[in-house]
Design a protein around this ligand. Sequence first.
Ligand SMILES: [Fe+2]
Length: 195
Amino acid sequence: MFTEQKFKIPALKGISAKNIEEHLKLYAGYVKNANFILDKIKELKQDAEKNAYVLGEVNRRFGFEFNGMRNHEVYFKSLEGGASSLGDGELKKAIEMKWGSLNAWLAEFRAIALTRGIGWAMLYYDRASGQLLNAWIDEQHLGQLQNCALILGLDMWEHSFVADYQPSGKKQYIEDFFSNLNWRAPEHNYQVALL
Ligand SMILES: [Fe+2]
């Protein structure tokens, strides 16, 4: 079973405490439903033949709930502890090696974040090739990269920003996310990914 994590999110620039509170409820829903699906599968497989169609559909939804849970854990973790800039460490070196500079990476990542539709802008570490990759994920799970560690995730579902920014404020939300970001979190994720 999966356990709901608790996050201590300080006052943020642009993103209200109320929105964070509501967003955390949505995160709790992913944890609850990931657990619910595992329970449901256990129950349905007792008569797998009779329940084949329902079992298939329930199985299909597991990636949505599971990734919804994990994506939000990475997102909220990166907003804990107060904003800090990217330090002169391994992650900075890896970003500069791939994109030339932090600003060049940011430009690409921002553009990905503006992809139309609901989803996530992600920075991954591909263990197989030893390089960082930016990617857009539809919903919570469509396009997740196999065997890649999630280093940084920016939630671009409307629930993460519309209450504070209106739909037209998407760009400002992205800017504010980076103003609020504690880079210690992605730096830590990168260190863990390298182990
Ligand atoms: Fe979200």
